[in-house]
Design a protein around this ligand. Structure first.
Ligand code: AMP
Length: 216
């Protein structure tokens, strides 16, 4: 199954994608995670990406397209993959079509997780991420058992720089302008499935599973 999880920042793409990795045994390809890793390692790519990420802006298309192209050619993507946070612009979606054509693959489903701005802001400003394993918590809805400590690996939890309110609002604006048009792009291709992202994690997951079980 070749999937895209589409939605505003904080819609729950990453959370749902992680569950789908477990259930369906296909890898999650999160451009945000890959870029953060590059930033943490201080690579050339990381240095370039950080400027944009800190402001809540999109990293240039050619940069992310290059990363995804390389990643999709890894052997673990043969059985399928979940794109999380990519594509985010029309140019990225078109580049993805090209890449998949070359690889003899196609997208089976685009899961569009819809959540309004105020809910996104409420979710993200309370979001905490593990420095070590990337696990995500929410101080109110899904708090860690111990303050500031990851339940899974004991790593320290932190607030991503781009999870501050002002940056979140900018990221939402960027989403509306650049990424929302992709909903129609994929609807026209007949692969779009809408999910109500305002439900709790379990409720959204039920909807996602019912869609994926049908197309698998
Ligand atoms: P995320 O973790 O998906 O919210 O991504 C965090 C940040 O990484 C975004 O605000 C962008 O600056 C950058 N980023 C991630 N994916 C992309 C993408 N597909 N295109 C451009 N920038 C991206």
């Amino acid at each position: 199954m070749n999937l895209i999880f589409l939605g505003a920042p904080g819609a729950g793409k990453g959370t749902q994608a992680k569950r789908a990795v477990e259930k369906y045994g296909i890898p999650q390809i999160s451009t945000g995670d890959m870029l953060r890793e590059a930033v943490a390692k201080g690579t050339e790519l990381g240095k370039k990406a950080k400027e944009y990420m800190d402001k809540g802006e999109l990293v240039p298309d050619e940069v992310v397209i290059g990363i995804v192209k390389e990643r999709l050619q890894q052997p673990d993507c043969e059985k399928g993959f979940i794109l999380d946070g990519f594509p985010r612009t029309l140019a990225q979606a078109e580049a993805l079509d090209e890449m998949l054509k070359e690889l003899g693959k196609k997208i089976d489903a685009v899961i569009n997780i819809a959540v309004p701005e105020e809910e996104v802001v409420k979710r993200i400003v309370n979001r905490r991420t593990c420095k070590k394993c990337g696990a995500v918590y929410h101080l109110i809805y899904a708090p860690p058992k111990e303050d500031n400590k990851c339940d899974k690996c004991g790593g320290e939890l932190y607030q991503r720089d781009d999870d501050k309110e002002e940056t979140v609002r900018e990221r939402y604006r960027v989403y509306k302008q650049n990424t929302e048009p992709l909903i129609e792009y994929y609807r026209k291709k007949g692969v779009l499935y809408d999910v109500d992202g305002t439900k709790d994690i379990e409720g959204v997951w039920e909807e996602v599973v019912s869609i994926l079980d049908k197309i698998k």
